[in-house]
Design a binder for this molecule. Structure first.
Ligand SMILES: Nc1ncnc2c1ncn2[C@@H]1O[C@H](COP(=O)(O)OP(=O)(O)OP(=O)(O)O)[C@@H](O)[C@H]1O
Ligand SMILES: [Mg+2]
Length: 540
């Protein structure tokens, strides 16, 4: 074919067809021939770039790398071929300017690592017409091949480690996610409100597991465990997992001598090769990086009937799962197969995350008070915390959060108007005196507070929404179900201790309501009472 094309007019066309009709190409051999004859007194080691990128390792600061310039520069090819691209910020709202990246197609470098000087050629050798596989090799010229072996080992191990990333399984692949790592850095146990005993237990369960390899070995039991977090939406299952991930990341860094524990986070089993393949890939990776914390969020939707037997096979099949702690979260423990939810040795412990009780709601309001303490425009006195807790009975934390956020947004949107409204009452001398006295006593007049007014409004709206949802669910579901057996004890004990969200009797709730109504509709009476109380206290 080569000689049969006879255009004399266009050099590029002739070159292209000449090139494309070659018999067989192998870039590796072309380069090996050239390099061996050029560097006769050096050894050549060929290192595939995939998984062992010498350039990435150097750009992370572990080696020094300088492009080698030829003394006589080739006017056509120069010393290198690079593709240059601009990568915009990953989100439009991100203020960073983005960055330029270079993809090396062919390049030549002087590589300095641990007193060693190496010459490294990097060459993309995608031969043929298919875009896959993309093969880039690194041709390392050296007088000490043992040192190059050492370098290869170090770079490969470094590439397998996580660098401010979390392993995430999505669409059939394990990928390293910096985004998830970043969001985990903001999750702290101090911000998670749970019954104190349960919180301690949840943390120690995980910490003891990872500290306890020897104990398990001495007891001759497999070093693996599983926990399930379950309960109604919005009560801290996910933030507990994230806080746990965060505290696990503290291990093994900055002088911490404990065994480091990466998290493997499974988003979905759907993949190009089916969920069975995904399960295999998930557990293979977990076994490879163990000890690790393997997270299945929304376990009931991940492990459904069609993959249940594969899942169980991976969990307790022949392969050892030593060092793997699985955590699954679900709103529907009842939808999980009993083989998963009821059989210990798969998921040994279950924790129920109920709606917050009164004290926890006060605590959550205090958490917001702390968040807003530097905000001069929104006044948040201590009295507001129990008041908010009283009107948010049966709210989940997520609903409470929504009440706060919606209120603050409404206040921010109204801006100046509300500032004025807040100050109208100050004009009255009598009220100013009353306020001063109330403050001395540690009380404040809630009725003047913009936040309190707005929160009541938002709580009312959200409660209507909750009632509608509950009605829709009731008409769709045959009969309400009690929490399943293992959780019952926790659930019952919280009821017995008066902690369950249902545990405030109706009569008491009504009296709260009356008290609130009085506070809302009869501010003068409240003020007068407070004033009297103040006068009595001061003996006036
Ligand atoms: N126990 C808690 N303490 C403090 N804040 C909480 C708590 N639970 C929930 N929140 C707040 O509600 C938000 C939602 O909580 P989270 O995502 O953990 O709920 P979840 O239990 O995982 O719900 P789902 O079952 O719908 O996945 C959190 O970001 C947090 O702001
Ligand atoms: Mg969740």
């Amino acid at each position: 074919m080569t000689g049969s094309y006879s255009s004399h007019g266009d050099e590029a066309t002739r070159e292209y067809f000449h090139h494309s009709s070659g018999q067989r190409v192998n870039t590796d051999i072309v380069l090996v021939e050239a390099l061996r004859s050029q560097y006769r007194n050096l050894d050549l080691v060929i290192v595939p770039e995939r998984g062992t990128s010498l350039l990435a390792y150097a750009s992370a600061g572990h080696a020094a790398i300088t492009p080698l310039e030829d003394t006589v520069k080739d006017p056509v090819y120069g010393g290198a071929i690079k593709w240059r691209q601009y990568i915009p910020p990953s989100r439009r709202l991100d203020p960073s300017p983005g960055l330029y990246v270079e993809h090396v197609v062919f390049g030549k470098y002087l590589y300095k690592w641990k007193e060693q000087e190496l010459i490294v050629y990097v060459a993309s050798g995608r031969d043929g017409t298919s875009s896959y596989p993309e093969i880039t090799n690194q041709y390392v010229l050296t007088n000490d091949t043992d040192k190059v072996d050492e370098l290869i080992k170090e770079v490969s191990l470094w590439a397998q480690e996580l660098h401010n990333q979390v392993w995430v399984f999505d669409q059939g692949f394990w990928q390293k996610s910096y985004e998830l790592w970043k969001s985990v850095q903001k999750s702290h146990w101090e911000d998670v409100i749970l019954e104190e005993g349960m919180k301690k237990q949840i943390i120690s369960d995980v910490e003891n597991f990872f500290d306890g390899q020897e104990t398990y070995q001495n007891l001759k039991v497999p070093w693996k465990r599983g926990v399930i977090y379950y309960g109604p939406p919005g009560n801290g299952k996910t933030i507990s997992i994230k806080a746990m991930m965060h505290s696990l990341y503290q291990r093994g860094i900055d002088g911490n001598k404990k065994l480091s524990v990466p998290t493997l986070y499974v988003r979905t089993l759907s993949s190009f090769a089916g969920p069975e393949y995904s399960l295999q890939a998930i557990f293979n990776k977990a076994r490879e990086v163990a000890p690790c914390y393997l997270v299945f969020e929304d376990l009931d939707s991940i492990v459904n009937d069609s993959v249940r037997s594969y899942f169980l096979n991976e969990v307790d099949g022949l392969k050892s799962n030593d060092g793997i702690l699985m955590v699954g979260s679900t709103n529907h423990l009842d939808r999980l197969d009993p083989g998963i939810s009821k059989r210990p040795s798969r998921f040994d412990r279950k924790y129920y995350f109920p709606d917050p009780d009164y004290d926890q709601r006060v605590q959550y309001a205090k958490y917001w008070q702390g968040k807003l303490k530097d905000n001069d425009t929104v006044k948040f006195p201590d009295d507001l915390c129990p008041a908010i807790a009283k009107i948010t009975d049966k709210f989940s934390f997520a609903y409470m959060q929504e009440a706060f956020i919606a209120s603050l947004l409404a206040i921010a949107a109204r801006g100046k108007d509300d500032d004025d409204a807040q100050h109208v009452a100050y004009d009255d001398e009598m009220q100013a005196l009353q306020r001063a006295l109330a403050q001395t006593l540690g009380h404040s007049n809630l009725e003047d507070l913009v936040l309190w007014k707005e929160i009541q409004k938002q709580v009312k709206i959200l409660r209507e929404e909750m009632d509608e949802k509950a009605q829709a669910q009731n008409s769709a579901m045959p009969a309400p179900q009690a929490p399943p057996a293992p959780a019952q004890t926790l659930y019952q004990s919280s009821q017995a201790a008066g902690q369950g969200s249902d545990s405030i009797p109706r009569r008491q709730a009504r009296s709260y309501q009356d008290e609130l109504d009085a506070m809302i509709h009869d501010p003068l009476r409240v003020s007068a009472e407070r004033l009297n109380e103040a006068l009595r206290r001061f003996g006036i």
